[in-house]
Design a protein around this ligand. Structure first.
Ligand code: PLP
Length: 384
């Protein structure tokens, strides 16, 4: 049995052809595939606008910039996420306020967030970054109501959930990144994600002003709208109006992303099937204390189990070439955040979860034999 990773990209001949075509063309970057990828992705998630960027972290950074995060401002997020969801606040000099998870859903607990907002009498908290952790989509309608009560903006970190949705109070399916409730949403096209572009990211929104601002910030702060230039020296003239970055995606990455996007629904179906199989089998094992389960609208980026002897199981599976992972070491106990005052014990539910969690292999091309091998090794470990 070959090494089984927890996540893996799927590259077809069509993907290869799409990339090679761009490499042979005139445009390696800023070519026609960027706009096409943006338009197709916006349609896929049901948003009005999309901005392609170099990775998910750049997407988060541009969002905090566009929303005006600055020193003295605070932003709430979950510790159970990749550190980038918090770091984007620090890039702008803002302060991260971690808030604990709901132990059942693994998502940011909205009641905890409410308590922190209520305690913030000087209204220093300006925004909330909920994360659709593992692919389970946050009830963004509830967060919108809460955010409006306290004058906050919302960035939906949807890196784990393209194609996922939650059901709102009117019984409608609301897609992750649709912009119906969150001000901005971000995605990543890192190879372990649903759509691989090597590196890559996307911001989606329904807010035209934010969209235009993000387009400028992605390219050094150079004004993209000719009518907004303050001077006109001639056809060559470009005008940098604020400090931005080069966070552009290349055209060949966009071609790969676009080609992958055509199979996104197929990939999501496969993920659902595998999650359902895990769900059925694992429910019978009493050594599994809890697992992420099957939930309507879940995009199944990760399938997580909780066990008592997590380290032993991790080492055993790794020794058997099953490359399970831990998602995540809670962000607040990273030395960087400890140096800023956070400590063990601050987020008891996240820390309890971290002590037991383990991510099993889940990707669309996971073979039946590989799945069976994972299950057999799980059983074997707990029998011995
Ligand atoms: C929840 C979450 N947010 C943000 C990121 C950052 O994305 P990228 O790796 O594309 O910079 C990731 C990627 O691992 C992620 O999982």
């Amino acid at each position: 049995m070959n090494r089984i990773p927890y996540g893996k990209q799927h590259i077809t001949q069509e993907d290869l052809d799409a990339v090679v075509e761009v490499l042979k063309s005139e445009w390696l970057t800023q070519g026609p595939n960027i706009k096409q990828f943006e338009d197709t992705f916006a349609e896929y998630v049901g948003a009005k606008y999309a901005v392609a960027v170099s990775n998910g972290t750049a997407a988060l950074h541009l969002c905090t910039m566009a929303l005006g995060v600055e020193p003295g401002q605070k932003v709430i997020t979950t510790p159970i996420t990749f550190v980038a969801s918090a770091n984007c606040v620090r890039y702008c000099g803002g302060e991260v306020v971690f808030s604990d998870i709901d132990r059942d859903t693994y998502l940011l607990d909205i009641e905890g967030v409410r308590a922190q907002l209520e305690a913030d009498v000087n209204r220093e908290i300006k925004g909330i970054i909920p994360v659709n952790f593992a692919g389970r989509v946050v009830d963004m309608e509830a967060y919108r109501q809460l955010a409006d009560e306290f004058g906050c903006w919302i960035i939906e970190d949807a890196c784990h959930s393209p194609g996922g949705y939650f059901i709102n109070s009117q019984g409608q399916k609301v897609l992750a990144g649709s912009g119906k409730y969150a001000d901005l949403a971000i995605f990543s096209f890192h190879p372990v994600k649903h759509i691989a572009a090597g590196e890559g990211g996307m911001i989606t929104t329904n807010d035209e002003e934010l969209y235009k601002h993000l387009m400028n910030l992605r390219t050094h702060g150079i004004q993209q709208d000719a009518s907004k230039k303050r001077e006109d020296h001639g056809a060559w003239y470009y005008e940098m109006q604020e400090l931005g970055y080069n966070y552009r995606l290349t055209d060949f990455q966009a071609a790969l992303g676009l080609s992958q996007l055509k199979r996104a629904d197929w990939g999501l179906e496969k993920r659902k099937e595998i999650a359902a199989k895990y769900d059925q089998i694992l429910s019978e094992f009493d050594f599994i204390k809890k697992h992420s389960g099957v939930v309507e609208g879940h995009a199944y980026h990760l399938y997580i189990i909780e066990v008592d002897d997590r380290k032993g199981l991790f080492d055993y599976l790794r020794a058997n070439e099953i490359f399970v992972q831990i998602h995540y070491v809670p962000a607040h106990i990273m030395p960087y955040y400890r140096d800023l005052g956070w400590k063990k014990g601050d987020m008891p539910k996240s820390e309890d979860y971290y002590s037991m969690c383990l991510t099993l292999p889940l990707f669309p091309t996971l073979m039946d034999e590989e799945f069976e091998f994972v299950i057999s090794k799980l059983k074997e470990y707990f029998k011995s």
